[in-house]
Write a protein that binds this ligand. Structure first.
Ligand SMILES: Nc1ncnc2c1ncn2[C@@H]1O[C@H](COP(=O)(O)OP(=O)(O)O)[C@@H](O)[C@H]1O
Ligand SMILES: [Mg+2]
Length: 299
């Protein structure tokens, strides 16, 4: 089971008071590695035996870690953080029900859901530090680093949502950005597979042009460079249209290293098309086209 699947299961077992306690722990984590039980109780305005019961439940469900070393303290893990984000999105009417995992990427779990109108949407849970987190966890002193990963994932989701909104509004082919909360982004659900998975894509030259047309639009109209473009972040849909996904590392075109990012994005795509489909295009021609220095691509 992916972490998101665990959260979706556990989410159903949570009541208002459980969420209240999770929220208090989250707020306390800005100051404490482990939020002291007394502080949680104070903010909850619940009797201590009730707080003890809830903290035990949250821990048993795998939403929190606790320390007993010098004091009794509690901290959220990704599952706890997932539940808070899910709860907010459900309350906001963004999510009505969950389906199943769509993809487990290197830094995110993507989940299928329905909104209140019965439309299928994709829910992306950012999971920065997942790998290093496992390693630090083994060393048993994980939580300071861990809480910073939750925070970094929150930032990543925020950045991705903002970048997607901007490029979407300029007509770049991306899933429709719907909403975001904490480390989670809700977006339009897409059919199709990552470009690298296709053996035959019909007219590769046409697809390459289509990709570069979108990179150009993002650059010239939204002033954004994807920053992690490759055959893994381009989805080819059954109808032959493509979508560019995975935008958390997008940078503005006035970023100090914008030129390097753009060149790397373009080269990733060109190398892929050259190796896999024998379609060759000079990087200079592609870059000039994307930045508006040339009106057309010179194949
Ligand atoms: N809007 C979406 N609809 C359907 N599947 C998606 C959507 N966004 C992402 N996915 C699936 O989830 C995988 C991981 O998403 P991605 O945004 O690339 O995150 P990362 O690579 O950082 O883990 C994708 O390769 C794709 O299979
Ligand atoms: Mg990706």
């Amino acid at each position: 089971m992916s972490s998101a699947e665990v959260a979706v299961q556990v989410f159903k077992e949570l009541e208002n008071e459980d969420f209240r306690i999770l929220n208090i722990i989250e707020a306390g984590m800005s100051k404490h590695e482990f939020v002291p039980k007394e502080q949680i109780q104070k903010h909850s305005k619940l009797p201590m035996d009730r707080v003890d019961f809830i903290l035990g439940k949250l821990n048993k469900l795998g939403l929190t870690y606790r320390t007993q070393e010098t004091y009794n303290g509690h901290t959220l893990n990704y599952t706890g953080y997932d539940c808070l984000a899910i709860n907010a999105l459900v309350k906001a009417g963004v999510i009505e029900s969950f389906g199943q995992t769509l993809g487990v990427g290197k830094e995110a779990d993507v989940y299928d859901a329905l909104n209140s109108e019965g439309r299928r949407i994709a829910i992306k849970f950012h999971r920065l530090g997942r790998i290093s987190f496992r390693q630090t966890r083994r060393k048993r002193s994980y939580s300071r680093e861990h809480s910073s990963w939750l925070f970094q994932s929150h930032i990543a989701a925020e950045k991705e949502f903002e970048a997607m909104k901007l490029v979407y509004s300029k007509g770049v082919a991306v899933p429709e950005p719907i909403s975001h909360n904490r480390h989670v982004v809700a977006m339009g659900m897409i059919e199709g597979a990552q470009l690298y998975k296709y053996k035959d894509i019909g007219k590769p030259e046409k697809i390459l042009k289509d990709i570069l047309r979108n990179v150009r639009k993002a650059y010239l109209k939204a002033h954004i460079i994807h920053g992690d473009l490759s055959e893994y972040n381009i989805i080819l849909q059954p109808d032959g249209h493509l979508l560019i996904i995975d935008w958390p590392q997008a940078v503005k075109t006035d970023h100090a290293n914008a030129g390097e990012y753009l060149e790397r994005d373009i080269k990733n795509v060109l190398v892929f098309f050259s190796r896999k489909f024998n379609v060759d295009l000079a990087a200079k021609s592609a870059c000039d086209y994307v930045t508006g220095e040339a009106r057309n691509l010179a194949f």
